[in-house]
Design a protein around this ligand. Structure first.
Ligand code: FAD
Length: 496
């Protein structure tokens, strides 16, 4: 089989905020090393730079008191998932320095009329104004790109990562990556001494999400990391925001309680929501709604998650909730997959425990758990992207290029590196079912879907197989969580 070969000392996969920061740190920590950054597109990509909001919030605690507070909030919000207090502390303590670097890079942080940095409350942290916001993401992308080019990073555009190349000897389990040229599907092997994976999260696995399309993301990172032996944590805890499926605009659950608003129940009846609730639940509504307003994504394990579960009980067989406003206009809303809080379990240097492989950004976890403070993900891309890149460079410095396993990776590239004509239909099926059964901690039909995905292992071409494995990592985590004693005690279930 013909394939194209490349080599690098440090290989970074993915050019969002995490991958860019890792490449920057690797080049700075190892002058003379060759650092290659793979990106599917040589322009703004990912949730980081092709984000429809064109702005991002970042937690930047100022001083020890605020840092301690962020650590406490991170650890409290992490339940029922898991977070490592050491990573949470690093996240908070290094925030200010990472923010200063972004200022120096020229990112456009919002300032008030007299030039003071504006502060905002982050989701799940309504009482602290710990977040700052930068705008103009294409400009931010250009600034990162200029910095890494200046440091000698080689950007390799037009490639899709398919899997990691197994290595042999010297404690190296990963010795590069198998990729595919997106223009003609030619396989490419890039051998490397250290690989940093920054391919983003699993949101594209859901039919309704905020991270597909022009963002060049497929949601493959979990499958790629798991196949290499990395351990995933918090994989079932994706953030879902309720939104209009036609426009992607946010939709607030509060609307259900407004006078004149009706919904179409799954059995076709058109009802006012209050009529579906028991008196007890109606009494509880006010307090829950107040708490729910403090965060856009649905929560896990917090009392107000009952509101989202109640609304999820109204979803029809396509995973849509049809709502009629007081003026009589209908719209379809659904939980839109936004970002994942799970990923490879990493240590303080982004190491996954698999020799030669680090991970950072949305495909790494442990610095937050089931829920996270709004703006903490952008912060994590900078703090742990930098650490992963620096450590990868340190590791690469003492090594020679490790040998790669010689077998053709049929499992990840298919027998001829060609697409399977049935994959688009299979992928649509997969995303539709993930949307129906795997949102908001799991819906009826989840276990059946999980089993069905297991039976489908090996079916289809490389595109479908990767998505299937990533999806199965999510459903496995959800099924396990469902089986946990005391999990998800739904209190407002009248309509479910
Ligand atoms: C609408 C929206 C608003 C958000 N707002 C905030 C916010 O205000 N604050 C906050 O903290 N977080 C926010 N988030 C989450 C945050 O933006 C992301 O979690 C974060 O930017 C992820 O960065 P990343 O570098 O890990 O991944 P990404 O930015 O998603 O980058 C992944 C990179 O990998 C590439 N890639 C993916 N798969 C492959 C492959 N197989 N081969 C090659 N390349 C591949 C992509 O093209 C991209 O370059 C938001 C997310 C969304 C969708």
């Amino acid at each position: 089989m013909q394939y194209h070969r490349e080599e690098a000392d440090v290989l970074v996969l993915g050019a969002g905020l995490a991958g860019m920061r890792a490449a920057w740190a690797a080049a700075q920590a190892g002058p003379g090393l060759s650092v290659a950054l793979v990106t599917a597109l040589d322009g703004p990509t990912g949730s980081s730079f092709a984000n429809p909001n064109n702005m991002l919030g970042m937690q930047v605690p100022c001083g020890p008191e605020q840092e301690d507070r962020l650590v406490r909030e991170t650890m409290t919000l992490a339940r029922p998932g898991q977070a490592d207090p050491r990573l949470a502390a690093i996240l908070a303590r290094e925030a200010w320095d990472r923010y200063r670097e972004l200022e120096d890079l020229g990112l456009r942080f919002r300032r008030d009329g007299i030039g003071q940095l504006e502060r905002f409350a982050g989701c799940f942290s309504p009482d602290a104004s710990g977040a700052v916001v930068f705008t103009s993401l294409a400009q931010a992308h250009a600034a990162f790109k200029a910095r890494i080019l200046e440091l000698g990073v080689r950007i390799i555009p037009g490639l899709r990562a398919r899997g990691l190349a197994p290595g042999r000897g010297n404690g190296i389990s990963v010795a590069g990556a198998w990729l595919e040229d997106l223009s003609d599907r030619t396989p490419v092997l890039i051998r490397a001494k250290a690989v940093v994976l920054a391919l983003g999260g699993p949101a594209p696995l859901f039919a309704f999400n905020l991270s597909r399309g022009r963002r060049h993301a497929w949601g493959d990172s979990y499958a790629i990391m798991e196949a290499a032996g990395a351990r995933l944590i918090n994989a079932g805890y994706l953030q879902f925001l309720w939104g209009d499926t036609a426009t992607g605009a946010f939709w607030f659950l509060d609307e259900l309680g407004r006078p004149g608003v009706k919904v179409q129940a799954p059995d076709g009846r058109i009802l006012a929501v209050r009529d579906l609730l028991s008196r007890e639940d109606r009494d509880a509504l006010g307090g829950l709604a107040e708490a729910r307003r403090s965060h856009c994504p649905a929560a896990y394990g917090l009392p107000d998650a009952a509101l989202d579960r109640f609304a999820a009980g109204l979803l029809n067989s396509q995973g849509l909730l049809k709502v009629r406003d007081a003026a009589g206009a209908w719209r379809s809303v659904a939980p839109l997959a936004h970002a994942g809080n799970g990923g490879a379990r990493v240590d303080e240097w982004g190491r996954t425990g698999v020799g030669g492989l680090s991970a950072c950004g949305e495909c790494a976890s442990g610095m937050h758990g089931a829920n996270r403070v709004g703006g903490a993900m952008v912060l994590a891309t900078q703090v742990f992207g930098r650490r992963a890149g620096e450590e990868a460079a340190r590791r690469a410095m003492g090594l020679t290029l490790p040998p790669v396993g010689r077998d053709w990776p049929e499992e990840i590239l298919g027998s001829r590196g060609r697409a399977d004509a049935g994959d688009p239909a299979r992928l649509a099926w997969l995303r539709g079912n993930m949307q129906r059964c795997a949102v908001l901690g799991g819906r009826p039909g989840l276990s059946r879907l999980h089993d069905r995905l297991g039976e489908m292992e090996g079916l289809g071409g490389p595109d479908f197989r990767l998505a299937l494995r990533s999806a199965r990592a999510v459903t496995a985590a959800l099924v396990q969580e469902e089986a946990r004693p005391g999990s998800t005690s739904a209190s407002m279930t009248a309509a479910a």
